[in-house]
Each structure stands twice: as C-alpha cells, then as structure tokens.
Ligand binder design. Structure first.
Ligand code: NAD
Ligand code: 89V
Length: 343
C-alpha cells in the first residue's frame, strides 16, 4: 500500500497528540509541518524529526508534495485554511470547533464540495472506546428502542493551564466541550429537531459560560439531556469521561465513571469494563481522548482508501455545529430553537 503524505498546520498543545497518532496510523505519515510561531515549529519539528517546516501556510501549499492537510490550529483560522486547501484541491481534516459561525461552516463545506475534495472534522469523542461500546450495545438491540438519554460531562479539571485561550473567549463550554457531547448525543440517538438550553458562568476568572444544560428533541421521538460543567467539584474527578444513561423499551444502558458499561434487560444485568487503551505515548487521564485521536485519524485513511464518506464529514458536522449555535441562541433568548430550520 502506498503511504499517504500529510502536512500538519498548527503545532500547538493538541497537535502533539495528532503527531504521535500519525506515527501509529497505517497508510499515512506527516512529511511537512507549518506554524506561524517559530518556537512551536522547532519543538514539533525536532520532536518528530520533520525537516520540511513552514511559517506560512501559503508557502506550504505552494511547495506541495502532500496528499492531505491536517489543520490543528484554533478556530479563528479554520475557514481561511480550509478554503486554502480547497483552492489547492488538497483533502483536508479540520479540528473542532469547525468554524466561528454556522454560515462559515456551510461555506467551508460548499468550498470543499465544489473543489471535489474530502473534508473531515476532527470530532474525535464519538471514536472513544466507551462511546463505541454504547453504540455497539444499541446496535445489538440490547435495550430495544431508546426513548430517553442523558449525556453528561461534569468536572473541575483545570483545562485553562494547557489551553489558556479557553478562559478568554466570550463563549466557552458549549463551543469547546459541549460540541463533543452534542455530537455524541447525535451519534447515539440521532439527529435533533429542536433544542432548549440554559447556561451559567460560575468561575469568575473566565469570560464565557462554564455550565450548560441542554434539552434535545430527537427526530425519532427520543428526548435527551446534555449537561456539561467545568465548575463541578466531585470526590473522584471524572475528566475526561462522558457518562451516559439510556432508557429503552427493553432495558437500560449506563456508562458509569471508571469506564463501566452496565446493561440491564430481561436477561438480567451485565457489567463490562470498556476502558480505553493506554497507548505508549499517552498519559492518564487524557488517554481516553488520545486513543480516539488515533482512531479518527486511522478512519480518515481507511475511508480515503475506500473512497467512502467519513463519519464526521464536514456535511455531518454541520448538524452538530447547528446544535452549538442553537444552544447559544436558546440560552440568550430563553426560547426553544427549531434546529431543522437552521440547516
Ligand atoms: P494552541 O493555541 O496550543 O495551538 C494552535 C497553534 O496553531 C499555535 O501554535 C499557533 O501558532 C498556530 N496557528 C494559528 N493560526 C495559524 C495559521 N494561520 N497558520 C499557521 N499556524 C497557526 O491550540 P490547541 O490547544 O492545540 O488547539 C488547537 C485546536 O484543537 C482548537 O481548535 C481546539 O479546540 C482543538 N482541540 C481539540 C481537542 C480534541 O479532543 N479534539 C482537544 C484540545 C483542543
Ligand atoms: O477536547 C477538547 O476540545 C478540549 C477539552 C477536553 C479540554 O475540553 O479542549
């Protein structure tokens, strides 16, 4: 099999995980990197032995010699860089949050569609081992038809030391973390018809909201609650676990803290350990996220080889991104938002 050559733009905090994962992925490797910060470029170039280094994305594309680009910058540059990839007809992966606004996100999907290039959003949480285990249990009809769900991420973990920009934006938890939880809700219970949200800021040291409670009406009639908080001090810190409760016509599923999957139905209750693997380069408690980075990047290569659509394609991610925008609108206006009308 020919190895696909990739270029990575944005050599910051999270890109280190992506670089490690590219070393492990079958069928692809990174041949060039780009960052406008020379210090970050040197750190990542030296750590991963990459000689082709660029301080400017235009120069990277002008030199070419790669089959795809992995955009790992923060959101402000996503539209600019995805459109640059489209102009150069280079398939692109873009980190979440996909864009600043839904209209930017739609323009990015359109640009890639017109250029005929695949576009995948690095929305990795649905690729976590415990989330995949819940999906598998539902697919095996373990609880019949689900009618209710809860997707919960409550923590007091200090995310600001690694990612200081998270304390500075007008928007925080829904845009950064809730976006993953909303994507999981869609992945497990299907697309959403309407949404109602309430938000709060508890930590006085940050600008945006750090608590959100969101009620979702799914198109299949199920109802779910997505609740996220970075202001919740618990006896055992669960970061970065998403806990799930699902009630179905024939039973229940509970994804509990410590990666336990409990399924109750007419046969009784089974409890399984669905812990993520600790990859050699990973560290606790991030290993759950780090393993999903490897999984989504392998999926990128596998689907390119098959010529098939990616699970979190740009088009798919518009439906998750609409939930983010709808949640902010709902919290601001105190109204229920018709999500279908936004797409
Ligand atoms: P960061 O600020 O540490 O790194 C971003 C890097 O991009 C910086 O080094 C910056 O110099 C560079 N950059 C920005 N604009 C550029 C441009 N136009 N050209 C070249 N370089 C540019 O940020 P981070 O914490 O690594 O986050 C990056 C992205 O990853 C964010 O969108 C964040 O939400 C996302 N993220 C995702 C996950 C996940 O699990 N999927 C986890 C953490 C962060
Ligand atoms: O996944 C993320 O986007 C991260 C974190 C888990 C810290 O919220 O920013």
């Amino acid at each position: 099999m020919t190895e696909l050559k990739g270029a990575l733009i944005g050599c910051g905090f999270f890109a280190i995980n992506q670089m490690h994962a590219w070393n492990d992925v079958r069928g692809a490797g990174i041949v060039a990197i780009c960052d406008r910060d020379p210090e970050r470029l040197k750190i990542v170039g030296d750590q991963f032995g990459i000689d082709r280094r660029y301080g400017d994305a235009e120069a990277l594309f002008a030199d070419g010699g790669f089959d795809f680009v992995d955009i790992a910058t923060t959101v402000e540059s996503h539209r600019f860089l995805v459109e640059m990839a489209a102009r150069n007809k280079v398939p692109a992966i873009c980190q979440k949050p996909f864009a600043k606004t839904l209209s930017d996100a739609k323009a990015m999907v359109e640009a890639c569609r017109n250029a005929g290039i695949p576009l995948m959003v690095h929305e990795n949480f649905r690729w976590q081992t415990p989330i995949q285990a819940v999906r598998k249990a539902l697919d095996s009809n373990a609880i019949g038809t689900p009618f209710w769900g809860r997707f919960s991420f409550r923590s007091a973990y200090d995310v600001f030391s690694g990612q200081p920009y998270l304390a500075e934006g007008e928007r925080f938890i829904i845009e950064d973390l809730g976006i993953h939880t909303l994507d999981i809700a869609r992945y497990i219970l299907g697309d959403v018809r309407s949404l109602t949200a309430r938000t709060k800021r508890v930590n006085p040291g940050i600008k945006g909201e750090d608590v959100a409670t969101i009620l979702l009406d799914h198109e299949n009639g199920a109802t779910s609650v997505v609740d996220v908080s970075y202001a919740t001090r618990l006896s055992r810190e669960p970061f970065p676990e998403t806990l799930i409760e699902l009630d179905g016509s024939e039973g229940t599923i509970r994804l509990t803290q410590g990666y336990g999957l409990e399924i109750t139905n007419a046969k009784g209750t089974t409890t399984t350990d669905v812990s993520p693997k600790l990859l050699p380069w990973a560290s606790r408690p991030w290993h759950n996220i780090q393993e999903s980075v490897y999984a989504i990047q392998q999926h990128w290569v596998d689907q390119l080889e098959r010529g098939a659509e990616h699970s979190t394609s740009g088009a798919d991610n518009l439906k998750t991104f609409a939930l983010v925008e709808a949640a902010y609108d709902s919290a601001a206006e105190g109204q229920t938002i018709d999500v279908g009308a936004m797409l």
